[in-house]
Design a protein around this ligand. Structure first.
Ligand SMILES: NC(=O)c1ccc[n+]([C@@H]2O[C@H](COP(=O)([O-])OP(=O)(O)OC[C@H]3O[C@@H](n4cnc5c(N)ncnc54)[C@H](O)[C@@H]3O)[C@@H](O)[C@H]2O)c1
Ligand SMILES: [Zn+2]
Length: 341
């Protein structure tokens, strides 16, 4: 039985295999543009086959891989393809791929003809627990995600069998965000990942993590306040990511340990050891050695959340009990110490 979470305008379907029909029922839809990337093409072709069986006209549009997809030039070429295909007001853009696809496909759907239906089939764990949900879309210019729209998909379809086949590195990227989500919003999700590590059922992980994201986003759709808790581990994490060869998920793992240590100092958070144990149990790093601390500090100094006397960061009072707090330079220093910086 597929799990179905209804969140505002989005239905989230989590199951094994694709649902029938794939898209929410609508009689006036004739065409579907499937936007995909190299690593997900085989899945897009399977989705296309099934949609054609459902009597829809389907065009598959391939994007360049990863961040290369998230540019205005690529968006422009997708608009041209939609024009040739004749994608109309009642038709649908479906993104099949990782977060770079849901960001670009969602952006195109939200702007084509001033907005047409979007749906996503996330094929990475990160996209399933995070990127495809919540309505943020966008492309990069000089900085990441500088141009975008909030555009909610009508349906997000998670076929867990796809996620179970992911290479370890991609699976860990998603597990880092799922653990973060548990730490700020669902103690049971945290404990599932703590106890089962990489063996945890992805069906359960996705259902729980997506439910938290849906709840948090529902309370703050346009990211003006409480949605900030989803940035746990990301302030120091982003600085580590820019200054090191670590991936986004690995950097966020290190950032969470640093934020956990700061939480311990400022708020008497007692879960740091369990948190670090869970991170290590997922095959993610809890510290980063050999990095120049001054470089990370410099990046943090330029963080947009920073003011003259310190910065605002998501901290934990307890597991699944986050708070956004003002953090001083001395706290930051202790956080950096804790991860070997
Ligand atoms: N909008 C949001 O709320 C939000 C949230 C988090 C992240 N993001 C964005 O998501 C992007 C990162 O997403 P991502 O990590 O999913 O990366 P991605 O889309 O860049 O994909 C990573 C790699 O995985 C490959 N791939 C995809 N599916 C696969 C599969 N089933 N098997 C094997 N390989 C596969 C891709 O071809 C690519 O090489 C970033 O651009 C980030 O900004 C957006
Ligand atoms: Zn992240």
């Amino acid at each position: 039985m597929d799990a179905l979470i209804v969140a505002g305008k989005t239905e989230l379907v989590v199951g094994r295999g694709l649902p029938h029909p794939i898209l929410p029922a609508r009689s006036d839809r004739e065409r579907v543009a499937l936007v995909t990337q190299p690593g997900a093409t085989h899945i897009a072709l399977e989705v296309a086959r099934q949609l054609r069986d459902e009597d829809l006209q389907v065009e598959v549009i391939g994007l360049p891989d990863r961040e290369e997809a998230k540019t205005l030039v690529v968006a422009g070429s997708v608009y041209e393809a939609l024009a040739r295909f004749g994608l109309g007001r009642h038709d649908t853009v479906v993104g099949v791929g990782g977060g770079s696809v849901s960001d670009l496909a969602g952006f195109v759907a939200g702007t084509w003809l001033r907005g047409v239906e979007a749906a996503h089939v996330p094929t990475t764990l990160l996209a399933a627990v995070d990127a495809a949900i919540g309505g943020k879309t966008g492309v990069n210019l000089a900085g990441k995600n500088l141009v975008g729209v909030f555009w909610h998909p009508t349906r997000v379809i998670v076929d867990v069998t796809i996620l179970e086949d992911l290479p370890t590195s991609l699976r860990r990227e998603g597990l880092a965000e799922a653990l973060k989500t548990g730490l700020v919003g669902d103690r049971e999700l945290f404990e599932l990942l703590e106890q089962e590590g990489e063996e945890a059922s992805l069906e359960e992980v996705v259902t729980k993590a997506a439910a938290v994201k849906v709840r948090v986003v529902g309370e703050d759709e346009r990211d003006s306040g409480s949605r900030a808790i989803l940035n746990f581990g990301h302030t120091i994490g982003h600085a580590v990511e820019y200054a090191s060869p670590l991936s986004h998920g690995e950097s966020v793992a290190v950032g969470m340990v640093a934020a956990g240590r700061i939480s311990e100092r400022r708020l008497r958070f007692q879960g740091l050891e369990r948190m670090s144990g869970a991170i290590a149990g997922l095959g993610l790093p809890t510290r980063v050695d050999g990095l120049e601390r001054a470089r990370v500090e410099d990046l943090l100094r330029h963080d947009k959340k920073r003011d003259s006397s310190g910065m605002r960061m998501v901290l934990l009072r307890a597991l699944a009990d986050p708070v956004v707090e003002h953090v001083e330079a001395a706290d930051l220093a202790i956080g950096l110490d804790a991860v070997g910086l």
